[in-house]
Design a protein around this ligand. Sequence first.
Ligand code: PMP
Length: 332
Amino acid sequence: MNEGQRPGTAEAARLVEPSRVAAPSDTWMYLDGRMVRYSEARIGLLTHALHYGTACFEGLRAYWNPDLGQLFVRHAARHFERLERSSAFLGITPPLDVPRLVALTLELLRRNEIRADAYIRPILFTASEVLNPAMEGLSRSFAVYVTPFGRHADAAVGTRCMVSSVRKIPLASIPASAKITGTYVNAALAKSEARRHGFDEAIQLTGEGRVCEGSIANLFMFRNGAFATPPLSDGILDGITRYSLLQLIPGELGVGVAERSIDPNELYNCDELLLCGTGMEVLAVTEVDGHQVGDGRVGRMTAQLQQRYRQAVRGYSPRYRDWLTAVYEGAG
Ligand code: PMP
């Protein structure tokens, strides 16, 4: 769906989502030091990580700039630095340092000849085939998959959210800063609950009842002339898109942004609300639990942020060019 079309219903937004990608069997992947076809990259059914959720992963996006004939990976090093931090928590180490992880990602995009918006999924997992959750002495595997990838949802329409009954996992159980696969049962339950109740997305609360984040996205609220977003101490993932918005809001919109706890009641009478993440990009929340946010359409601040964000990630803003790594040599 192109930007000019405004179907006007959340149902229509759902049609361009979810981002289910059929992996063509001949896609090139990276697996444990080799480039292999997707059809050759197989793991055993007793793989430890499949049973115990002991893997960590990342989700990166690359954006095609047709004017420059260039593909840009957004915040490549930051994603792999986060992977390193997640893996340290699990006690496993990526096989390569961050610059080499970035380099292999670029190589994989080139090998697949991707000249379109793309998604990149690195995953580091305990690979030994054992029936025991203990992690000592296990082997590990590392894989990267890339695929052409469009929009998560129609940004012109926005998304309808439900405050989920599924609370976030307490920080003392699994740190929110680690992107560990087992943790995502929590996201899956919250998102499925929202879908069952006719909403698009879930907003989750901390165990204590403060606003935390979406199932796979961070949250910003615009109220009384300023933005607010929950702090890391409220158990959010240290989102890379959140970090970008913390730069764009004061730098491009000239308004304030506070990292502070948000009470769920504030969601029902704020002026604008948005979810942000690598996959979701910047998405307006137009409704929470049946309460309209603002006038029920994408708000003015959110629309401006979407525009600035899109320009930055596609390589049209010199000011934010350092967010990007070019894939093709010789192009712009
Ligand atoms: N929170 C959670 C729980 C997520 O899974 C994601 C997606 N990685 C985000 C927030 C957004 O983070 P990022 O902007 O780094 O994609």
